[in-house]
Structure formats: structure tokens, C-alpha cells
Design a protein around this ligand. Structure first.
Ligand code: TRP
Length: 334
């Protein structure tokens, strides 16, 4: 079996939370072993599809890189780069738009959600977001795309775009597979355990950030919503307790049954304290490494430079084929 070519894109924000860490970032670190190569791109071009501040954007890109490196991405073993440093992504977006149906873009859930009430004022970039995402992946002929469940529809569309391109211009692009992490894909908000942990849609107190101070982490777990019962078991009627069991299992690298057995007969208060301590310990090394890495922007720039060079070496030849197939450039001599 050839090794997969893994590609994933990460939004530039310093506010990565425990759900991002467990559901996505951990998978990237593991992907470095499996992927050949494993390619991770901080998607600063996607970031401008909603209102933003240019100074902030640059800062958040550094924050994100430092978090990923602190979590264990190694620039020697993966390709980590900034999307805007590799212009092939923008060019391929335009070329792929020729085989993308307007109607499909109109049907994207994320577009409808983000547009909100005022459709007329949404940027065209927001509408094009899925085409840029398709270009990100297809430029590398990636075979696997590890993403959260909310990105399912976008990956379906990029598969469709690849198929349409191939049908229209000849076999050129690879149709990638969606990979959704099974473990910990759904870490829920501590205050509203019916919804996913999220920095945009969740509660402040129910969202544990990777970079939160230990005391804040303890406070958030201390006020986590449970239920009026007393049993520590995973059941649909106990979403708060079930979520805490899941989190503790991941933080301690064990399974849910083990956690249930250990806390059989304990009170909720002691259980919440144990979860808090385990998470503090789990995130401590990441926070510490982040504090060392983040101030060294020149060092981060060197990593970006190296990553962009490696990324471009892969994407440029694919773009050359795409351009040729679409009828651009001199073509082969007759
Ligand atoms: N849209 C993705 C998200 O919000 C980020 C992303 C951009 C991405 N380009 C990608 C993910 C390519 C996977 C592959 O999470």
C-alpha cells in the first residue's frame, strides 16, 4: 500500500479549544507518521471571507503556527505553510471555478449559516470559500483529508469538482477521501453539553482553550453542567457527564469504561476535579512550548519559508498539467 498524501487546512486563530485539539490537532500529529507527505496549511486566504483586521490576521497566523508546533508538528516530518505564500492556491481556485456549479455553492450549509440575514452584504469570497478549499487539496493530488464533521459537505463538493474536471479535461486530479476522527470528534460545550464546543457558537465558560491558564481551566470544569443524578456513566440522558468521561479518557489515554469503573460511587464534585487536573496536565506541555515558540516570529517565518518551498515544489507541476489540459500556454509542439 502506498502511503497516503494527507492534506488539511487550519483556520488562523489563537483561540484553539479542547475540541479542536482532541478532534483535529492530535490527528495531524499522528498523520505525520502515516502521510507521505502530510501537508498542513494555515488558511489565511479563507480568513478574509468574513470581516477581519489585517494586523490581527498576521498575528493569528503566527499564533496558530506556534500552537501546531507546540502540539508536536515537526517541520522536518511534515509540510507546514501559510496558504498565501503559495500562489498556486489562488490560481487553481479560478481555474476550478469553471467546473464548479453555482447551484452547488448556493447549497453549502456553512455559506448559508455564515451569510446570516443579510445575503446581499456577504462577500463573494464567502461564496467562493469551498472552491478555494477544493484548490487547496487538489493542487497536491492529496488522497486523504482529515477534517471535522462540519466540513463533510465541503469535502463532498471538492470530490465532485475533481470528478467534473477529469470528465471534462481528462484524468488529471485525484478524488480525495474524507477522514473524520472517531475518537473525541465530538467534544461538547461544558455549559451546554448538547452542542459542540466552539469559539464562535459556544459559551465562554463552557469552552476550554488550549492556552487557558490552569486556574481558568479548573474554574471552567468546576462549573461544568451535570445533572440531578449521581451516577458517573455514559448515557444519552447524561450528556454533561458523558462529555466529561470522554474528555478524561482522552486526557489520560485510557477508555471510557475504565473511567466509569474508577469513579463508580464517587460524587460529581470529585469527578469534575479529577477531569480538571487531568486536562491541566494534558495541556501543560503545549502551553509551555507555545510560550517559547510564539515570541520568535523570525523562527516561525523560517519555518513558513521552508514549508512554502516544499509545498510549491509539489503544487507547481500539478498546476502546469491543469493549465495545459485547459488550453493555456503554448502547448506541446505539433
Ligand atoms: N474549511 C476548513 C475549516 O474551517 C479549513 C480548510 C481550508 C480546510 N482548506 C482546507 C480543511 C482544506 C481541509 C482541507 O475547518
Amino acid at each position: 500500500m502506498p502511503k497516503p498524501i494527507i492534506f488539511s487546512g487550519i483556520q488562523p486563530t489563537g483561540r484553539k479549544h479542547l475540541g479542536n485539539y482532541i478532534g483535529a490537532i492530535r490527528q495531524y500529529v499522528e498523520g505525520q507518521e502515516r502521510g507521505e507527505p502530510a501537508i498542513f496549511c494555515i488558511v489565511d486566504l479563507h480568513a478574509i471571507s468574513v470581516p477581519y483586521d489585517p494586523v490581527e490576521l498576521r498575528e493569528r497566523v503566527y499564533d496558530t503556527a506556534a500552537i501546531l508546533l507546540a502540539a508536536g508538528l515537526d517541520p522536518e516530518r511534515c509540510i507546514l505553510f501559510r496558504q498565501s505564500d503559495v500562489p498556486e492556491h489562488s490560481e487553481l481556485t479560478w481555474l476550478l471555478s469553471a467546473v464548479t456549479a453555482h447551484g452547488d455553492l448556493n447549497r453549502m450549509h456553512q455559506f448559508k449559516e455564515k451569510v446570516g440575514k443579510d445575503r446581499e452584504l456577504a462577500s463573494a469570497a464567502l461564496f467562493y470559500y469551498p472552491v478555494l478549499m477544493a484548490a487547496d487539496v487538489l493542487a497536491y493530488r492529496a488522497t486523504e483529508v482529515p477534517v471535522g464533521d462540519d466540513q463533510r459537505q465541503h469535502v463532498e463538493l471538492m470530490r465532485e469538482i475533481a470528478r467534473r474536471f477529469n470528465a471534462r479535461f481528462g484524468e488529471t486530479l485525484v478524488v480525495p477521501e474524507l477522514v473524520i476522527p472517531e475518537v473525541g470528534a465530538r467534544i461538547m460545550d461544558l455549559q451546554e453539553p448538547e452542542r459542540k464546543m466552539s469559539t464562535t457558537g459556544g459559551t465562554e465558560q463552557g469552552t476550554v482553550l488550549v492556552l487557558d491558564e490552569p486556574d481558568l481551566v479548573r474554574k471552567k470544569f468546576g462549573s461544568a453542567v451535570t445533572d440531578s443524578g449521581r451516577e458517573i456513566v455514559r448515557s444519552p440522558e447524561k450528556p454533561g457527564i458523558a462529555n466529561l468521561i470522554d474528555i478524561l479518557a482522552v486526557a489520560r489515554n485510557t477508555d471510557q469504561a475504565q473511567v466509569e469503573g474508577e469513579f463508580d460511587g464517587s460524587g460529581y464534585g470529585d469527578f469534575k476535579k479529577a477531569v480538571a487536573e487531568a486536562v491541566v496536565e494534558y495541556l501543560a506541555p503545549v502551553r509551555e512550548r507555545y510560550a517559547e515558540l510564539r515570541p520568535d516570529e523570525a523562527g516561525l517565518d523560517r519555518i513558513f519559508g521552508l514549508g512554502a518551498e516544499k509545498a510549491q515544489a509539489l503544487a507547481a507541476p500539478v498546476l502546469a498539467v491543469v493549465r495545459e489540459r485547459m488550453g493555456y500556454g503554448a502547448g506541446s509542439p505539433k
